[in-house]
Design a protein around this ligand. Structure first.
Ligand SMILES: [Zn+2]
Length: 288
């Protein structure tokens, strides 16, 4: 009898151990599962935060043109950040644009180049410069083909067909240089959209609609070095002063500059312009 009781007791103890062990294992498994899902969630959170960080830094990909338009038209709700978009119009030039690219590279800054089709067509080497612009992470926009106000805005009203033809011609020339998959959503009207509106151009809204049909959007500016304003060939000190004046009290800047062949002074001013903006706490971004 004692023997039987002993065996029974033995069986009970073993069973309890097995149950305890398996429940322990289950607990461990649950723990691992919880830990794994915690790691997954944690990983996701980190990735999301990194993405936010990237967005904050306005990575090489550039900022969406709709936000840039909001900044220009003072609709942008500022979140405390200071952003500067350097934009260069009227290129590419064979003498100035590559040097502008050198300065940007030295400073690890991405910018936006609004190109004229005519300039691309004039010099075969332009195509290599355009490739370099993209390879180095900058953005490219369209600045018409001819830049000729009389052709584009006869009697102060945009000739929509002529304008759209020039936009397409320039887009095609850029594609020839960098590949048929190239697409830009950026257009800067010669002399600016705001000037057209100020001059009561009656076709301007229609033109914006036409551009939207091909997913293109007008980008003006809200600050400038004045390199094409008033007195030509301002010194680099004068250009910097002009920028300080036009950027005063603005947290977000879309800065108009030029990299045409005769804009040696703009190139000379560029390192100081960048140093000034950095000292004021601006981060730089391109756009898309
Ligand atoms: Zn221009």
């Amino acid at each position: 009898m004692k023997k039987i009781l002993g065996i029974l007791l033995g069986i009970i103890i073993i069973s309890i151990n097995i149950i305890t062990l398996s429940s322990c294992n289950k607990h461990k498994e649950d723990n691992v599962k919880t830990h794994n899902s915690f790691s997954e969630n944690h990983k996701e959170t980190i990735i999301k935060e990194e993405m936010k960080e990237e967005e904050k830094k306005f990575s090489n990909e550039g900022m969406d043109v709709s936000i840039v338009q909001d900044i220009i038209h003072r609709r942008y709700k500022n979140h405390g950040e200071k952003i500067a978009f350097l934009t260069f119009d009227d290129g590419p030039s064979t003498n100035i644009t590559p040097k502008v690219l050198d300065v940007l590279k030295e400073n690890n800054i991405k910018a936006t180049f609004f190109l004229c089709g005519k300039k691309i067509k004039e010099q075969e080497v332009s195509k290599e410069i355009i490739k370099r612009i993209l390879e180095e992470g900058h953005s490219i926009g369209n600045h018409s083909y001819s830049h000729d106000y009389y052709k584009l805005y006869p009697k102060e009203n945009t000739n929509i067909d002529a304008f759209m033809n020039e936009v397409n011609e320039t887009n095609n020339l850029i594609k020839e240089a960098v590949g048929s998959e190239f697409k830009t959503r950026l257009i800067r009207m010669p002399n600016g959209e705001m000037t057209r509106r100020h001059n009561k151009d009656k076709n301007i809204d229609k033109l914006m609609e036409k551009l939207k049909e091909i997913d293109m959007y007008s980008v003006d500016w809200n600050a400038l070095t004045g390199d094409e304003e008033g007195k030509k060939n301002k010194s680099k000190g004068e250009l910097l002063q002009y920028l300080k004046k036009t950027s005063k009290d603005k947290d977000n800047l879309v800065i108009l500059m030029h990299d045409a062949g005769h804009r040696k002074n703009s190139l000379e001013a560029l390192p100081e312009v960048i140093a000034y903006l950095k000292s004021e706490g601006y981060e730089f971004s391109s756009m898309k």
